[in-house]
Design a protein around this ligand. Structure first.
Ligand code: NI
Length: 310
């Protein structure tokens, strides 16, 4: 009886020691994992370029595990028919973007999306996509299009976007007499003021066509001249994939992106462009915000870095 009790106690003691051992080693594993993930979290987010370089380099254990986890998640999403998750360099959260007010684009990665030649029948779709990302943009409408779609222009203004002036009927301003340049710009500005209650100052000359004479006339009209550095040629290549790819590839901090919201293919590309650029850490601003409200009449602007050196 005594022997049996002793044996049971021994068995219980051994079982206790084994259990304790299992607990301790599990704890060690948990601690090690936690330390590992802290270290990973402290590492700067890899950029697209050095991610590509890492593919060919020897990966650390943590990097290899992260890569495998991402592959697994992508495979799971594919099987479930879900959108695959963005690669590691794309998971930065979309920044909170103030629709109005000051944005410091010397610190933030800013981009100014601009839409020319409208407003059109599909402008409301662009507005909906921008609203989803709390993004603002700049429109350069034509007077004759506003006359046909005043409500579309009102909707743009009501959503807090910036409105510039792209002339009345899209002529090459360099081919016009100064008085006709003046008429193209003034007539459009009058209509925009009448429809929205705000008189535009920014002018985008059709075709980006400028000359000393045109610039002089625009300076007299107190108009900064807004050109661009990113052009997907969306009017020529009416292909959504191509427009999306081209914009994302060309955009750098401080870019001004030229698009046309009168093309169905461009309108379809806008949500994808917003998603890709937001994941790359861009803040969507108006042209005036991009330059900290420092635009000068008669001066031409293409992108913030080239114009301000930062
Ligand atoms: Ni145009």
């Amino acid at each position: 009886m005594v022997e049996a009790q002793t044996a049971r106690r021994r068995i219980a003691a051994v079982a206790g020691i084994v259990a304790l051992g299992i607990c301790l080693s599990a704890t060690v594993v948990v601690v090690a994992r936690t330390a590992g993930s802290d270290e990973a979290a402290a590492k700067p987010v890899a950029s697209a370029s050095n991610l590509a370089a890492e593919d060919s380099d020897v990966l650390s254990e943590e990097q290899a595990r992260a890569r495998d986890r991402a592959k697994l998640a992508a495979e799971r999403a594919r099987i479930l028919g879900l959108q695959p998750p963005a690669p590691a360099d794309e998971v930065a959260p979309a920044p909170a973007i103030p629709v109005t007010g000051d944005v410091d684009c010397s610190v933030l990665k800013c981009v100014a999306l601009t839409f020319d030649d409208g407003p059109g029948a599909q402008t409301s779709q662009v507005l909906a996509a921008l609203a989803e990302y709390n993004a603002v943009a700049t429109w350069f409408p034509l007077g004759e299009m506003i006359a046909d779609n005043p409500d579309a222009l009102r909707a743009i203004a009501a959503a807090g976007h910036e409105i510039g002036n792209h002339s009345w009927s899209h002529p090459q301003l360099t081919a016009l007499r100064e008085r006709d340049v003046n008429r193209q710009i003034t007539r459009t500005a009058d209509l925009i003021a009448e429809v929205t209650g705000v008189r535009p100052t920014l002018v985008r000359p059709p075709y980006g066509s400028v000359s000393r004479r045109v610039n002089g006339e625009l300076a007299r009209l107190q108009a900064p001249i807004i050109l661009w550095d990113v052009d997907p040629l969306d009017w020529r290549y009416q292909n959504t994939d191509r427009v999306h790819r081209s914009v994302v590839r060309q955009t750098k901090p401080g870019s001004i992106v030229l698009m046309h919201d009168i093309h169905r293919t461009t309108v379809a590309a806008v949500p994808r462009i917003l998603r890709s650029l937001a994941h790359r850490g861009y803040t969507f601003v108006t042209v005036s915000q991009l330059y900290g409200n420092s635009l000068q009449p008669g001066r031409a602007y293409t992108d913030r870095r080239a114009d301000l050196g930062r």
